[in-house]
Design a protein around this ligand. Structure first.
Ligand code: G3I
Length: 335
């Protein structure tokens, strides 16, 4: 059987987001068959790594790094600066007042330097800054505590700190909803500004949390075309394809964990979508060097727990028993 990583050898790496626990189960051996790159789904985020100031918790991240080293897998680091899964202590002093910009940047620098240095030998690319562009058309940057305290400067600083800690690491800006022309334009403008200022940025990460209805082909082609013009590496960093239509993502409660949600109709639509997505990834192979799935199989997806969804999803290429789905065969078939 042709596996994903074999089918795409010479095109791009095929990655997967994992927990430390998954690597110790039957999924560990399965990953070695199908994938050649890993991302820690949560273990390398600041909230896990440095829950209290100066108190690092390396356990899960170290186990994933060790698995990558032992088995010769690539490892993408995710993520150094984000508005979620970041502990509150970053932003407050001992009296519970917001820290000033200098102090916040000092804390960010300490965190980035420590983390990047620790995994220098194994992490070849970092999602340095994650999701700082707003989804609201009326504003450019997300109004996070990072932004409120430090303005946009924390973005360039994060890249500089990471580069100082490992000058060989490829440094990425990573975001979702990249298929929206409005948001994409803002992401591209920000990246161009960073490039003009000489900030060490080497790649753009497209998360690719998509669905059976979005993006359509023209939209995806325009997306990949626009980003390819930046002259940076492109990584597809968090690919999954929800089988639920947009309208069902909007707080409509559907029954949980019932395979009746995954109809033949949905599986067919998903197969068509996956086939088109990979055809376009191959079209842009000169620019795309890595495609990572956000989770291993339909046994577990973050979409199952996403608070507004409240229903099981089936977004990946393998079913709960790690068996290839229809979409898998289209993805490895190249037509
Ligand atoms: O570990 C705790 C556990 O101790 C606790 O009992 C349990 C109770 O809810 O929560 C557990 O933490 C959860 C963690 O995942 C580990 O499972 C958090 O609540 C939950 O919020 C967290 O969700 C993660 C999410 O990022 C956080 O925003 C998802 O697993 C992870 O897939 C998701 O990944 C993000 C990317 O990093 C960035 N792009 C979007 C993507 C999907 O949201």
């Amino acid at each position: 059987v042709l596996t994903l990583k074999e089918a795409y050898r010479g095109y791009f790496d095929i990655g997967v987001a994992v927990s430390g626990r998954a690597l110790k189960t039957d999924e560990g051996a399965f990953i070695l068959q199908q994938f050649n790159s890993l991302t820690a789904e949560n273990a390398m985020k600041p909230g896990v790594l440095q829950p209290k100031q100066g108190v690092y918790n390396w356990r899960e991240a170290d186990s994933i790094a060790a698995f990558a080293r032992r088995n010769g897998l690539k490892l993408r680091g995710h993520t150094l600066c984000w508005h979620q899964q970041v502990p509150a202590w970053f932003f407050y002093d001992a009296n519970n007042n917001l820290v000033n910009k200098e102090e916040l940047l000092r804390r960010l620098q300490e965190h980035i330097t420590t983390v990047v240095t620790r995994y220098k030998d194994v992490v070849y690319a970092w999602d340095v800054v994650n999701e700082v562009i707003s989804d609201n058309p009326a504003e450019v940057y997300r109004n996070s505590l990072w932004y409120q305290i430090a303005g946009e400067d924390f973005i360039s600083k994060a890249f500089e700190y990471a580069h100082a800690a490992d000058e060989r690491a490829l440094l990425f800006y990573n975001d979702y909803n990249e298929i929206s022309a409005t948001k994409r334009a803002k992401i591209i403008t920000m990246i161009k500004n960073l490039q003009q200022k000489g900030v060490p940025i080497h790649g753009v990460g497209l998360q690719a949390h998509w669905s059976v209805t979005e993006p359509v082909e023209e939209q995806l082609d325009a997306t990949l075309e626009d980003f390819s013009k930046l002259g940076l590496k492109m990584h597809i960093t968090e690919l999954d394809v929800s089988v639920h239509k947009k309208e069902h993502n909007a707080r409509q409660r559907l029954p949980t964990d019932s395979d009746t949600l995954y109809t033949t109709e949905k599986e067919t639509a998903q197969t068509v979508a996956y086939k088109m997505f990979f055809r376009l990834f191959r079209k842009y192979r000169k620019y795309i060097s890595s495609v990572t799935f956000w989770n291993i199989s339909d046994r577990h997806s973050w979409l199952d727990y996403f608070p507004v969804n409240k229903r099981k999803d089936y977004p990946l290429l393998f079913d709960k028993n790690l068996q290839p789905k229809q979409a898998y065969w289209e993805v490895v078939k190249f037509q």
